[in-house]
Design a protein around this ligand. Sequence first.
Ligand code: PLP
Length: 405
Amino acid sequence: MVRVNQNYLKLPGSYLFSEVARRISAYSAAHPEAQITKLSIGDVTRPLVPAVVEAMHKAVDEMGTYEGFHGYGPEQGYPFLREAIAQHDYAARGMDIKPDEIFVSDGAKSDCGNIGDIFGVDNVVAVCDPVYPVYVDTNAMAGRAGDFQEELGRWNKLIYMPCVESNGFSPEPPKEKADIIYLCFPNNPTGAMATREQLKVWVDYANANGSVILYDSAYEAFITEEDVPHSIFEIEGARTCAIEFRSFSKTAGFTGNRCAYTVVPMELERDGASLNKMWNRRQCTKFNGVPYVVQRGAAAVYTPEGHAQIMESIAYYQNNAKVIREGLSSAGFQCFGGVNAPYIWVKTPNGMGSWDFFDLVLDRANVATTPGAGFGPSGEGYVRLTAFGDAEATKRAVEQVKSVL
Ligand code: PLP
């Protein structure tokens, strides 16, 4: 009889967002008059910008002709997109990333999960706590996480690096030796950003220990402060120890369009093998590329009009973040993040539990949040609010919270 991957059987149910949805539905059913504003959603709400729409329309028309038809494209992405990424996201900021170090894909989520294919099962993995759950669950599926300890809400073989108020929500290297280190800045869920000095400590640690940093900067476009690193490759030494994930999802409203990319530098080698070559091999074997039409849409983001248009959309969300952060701070809540990220991490009052505070805010203010405890043990005592909603609804929600809590 076939044996299934036993690691899947160890996964706890994906509890967080289903439980949030369940509690919202139950509340709505009991209070049909209540108008609930969801500051819990992690998805964009603004439409694709005109430059992207136009480029995609044009590409569809091309596809309907013999001359312009595109079948399977290069698994790594079309040169026009890889070159635009190298130029605008890296060279323009002083980084030398070559197009053949860039692998276009259908999402940072897929890449963060799939990258595990090129690493052995016996590596020690370190994750931030709280954490984007994909890093944890994909390592659990691969057998690198050990067993889930229900009572502690954590896996026994993973290193959890607490990201808490005292370290500015940016972790220090652990005492144990970590082989694979996931870092995410701007951070989901805390909205925190790491400094150049903090990232340098990590790069030095990884180079000294032969570790690899998996750096997720899916929210890079939301950075507003000067002198904050936009990429791990701004840090000296990163080319020999880091892989970076980026996405058009939040940058350009591509969550339903699917386009992202991963950078694997040529210098990055472990066990005498080139990780660039290994990732290329993995992608060519298991992935057949992003649709031509979508890649044309993504490339339009780098035109002067496209860039101006997406920056306007990002500014809209950034303003929501400001409204939430300033509004709740003025009401006495301790708020973190929301400056270089679309997420605001709010401390619950008087040490209240995340889920109790979620229920209280839902009941009193009709506002949905995401309980921090769902992102890991160190998320207890916080809720995450997102800036991806409608501006008027966001303002109204903040006023409601201020007036009743
Ligand atoms: N990385 C982080 C930290 C995220 O929060 C998300 C989406 O919420 C992703 C990656 C997924 O990006 P994509 O839509 O490109 O798969």
